[in-house]
Write a protein that binds this ligand. Structure first.
Ligand SMILES: [Mg+2]
Length: 288
């Protein structure tokens, strides 16, 4: 406080790390990937789990709302299935050809002098396919994906919640549950799946990648993931809209707008020191 000049000298980049969601964040929602994925999930529920078509919409909405992903919700209410099989079914037939190389984003990412990590609820095969299609496979230090936070449950016998879910003989009627007058009196079954927007999932991801939330900027298209990220201390950038919501520090219509919106990301530590104002600033602040 005494010498403003000293403060400025020690000032460094505000961020060490950029944490990016993948789907609908690094490419636009209009690609059609999300819509196709939603349809494939519904097909899986009917074809593989025997769920009635008439219940799909309401069930899907409730599971997504209360468990973060439909998959996490399906496991919570008692369906057991192979995670790899689920992912290959819902992602295997996606129109990946709609995703084209993005040299603009690639050069923006490569020019950023910060750690860059992907954090997605999707599986590794999907994440690699998307990054490869976008021509961004070498732009990130690592990928935190479904498998990172959910090692195959069959190899993880110490996971109590998992054991309960996989041996539950009946399916919990979540539609009936919310049709009751006081649904909050009964607790919903827990899911064994760890995924955004759970704060626990975000905290685990930060720990795995050795990330300090206070020094990290989190890019996401999902408002609830942004808000969960904010609760664990991340700085946040909502992508896909220019309307900033509660919990978002920035809002970008497209990830391509990153340089106009947050130019300070390109300022390195060296640059801050060059900007040291020296004697004048010291003299003016001494009297404060
Ligand atoms: Mg997303």
């Amino acid at each position: 406080m005494e010498y403003e000049g000293c403060f400025r000298l020690s000032q460094r980049q505000k961020y060490d790390c950029l944490l990016f969601d993948l789907d609908d964040t690094l490419y636009p929602y209009s690609s059609g990937i999300a819509a196709a994925c939603g349809k494939n999930i519904k097909d899986y529920m009917v074809e593989k789990l025997g769920i009635e078509k008439s219940k799909l919409q309401e069930l899907g909405n409730l599971l997504y709302k209360h468990y973060g992903t439909t998959m996490a919700g399906l496991r919570a209410i008692g369906y057991d299935f192979d995670y790899d099989h689920y992912h290959s079914f819902v992602h295997g037939r996606l129109p990946y050809e709609n995703l084209k190389p993005d040299p603009v984003l690639r050069s923006l990412l490569l020019s950023l002098p910060l750690r860059k990590i992907i954090f997605t609820n999707a599986d590794k095969v999907h994440a690699l396919k998307v990054l490869s299609r976008l021509g961004l496979e070498d732009c990130f230090e690592g990928i935190i994906c479904f498998e990172t936070l959910n090692p195959t449950h069959k190899n993880n016998i110490s996971d109590d919640e998992d054991d309960i879910a996989s041996t539950r003989p009946e399916i919990f009627d979540i539609i009936g549950h919310f049709a009751q007058p006081n649904p909050n009196l009964v607790e919903l079954p827990k899911t064994p799946i760890v995924c955004k927007p759970s704060e626990d999932a975000i905290e685990r991801a930060l720990k795995i990648a050795n990330i300090s939330p206070q020094r990290t900027l989190f890019f996401e298209d999902s408002v609830r993931n942004i808000q969960a990220g904010k609760r664990v201390g991340l700085h946040t950038v909502l992508v896909g809209t220019s309307l900033r919501v509660k919990g978002a520090d920035y809002a970008l219509e497209s990830i391509h707008n990153i340089k106009e919106a947050i130019p300070e990301l390109w300022e390195s530590d060296m640059k801050s020191e060059v900007g040291y104002p020296g004697k004048v600033a010291v003299e003016t602040s001494v009297t404060a």
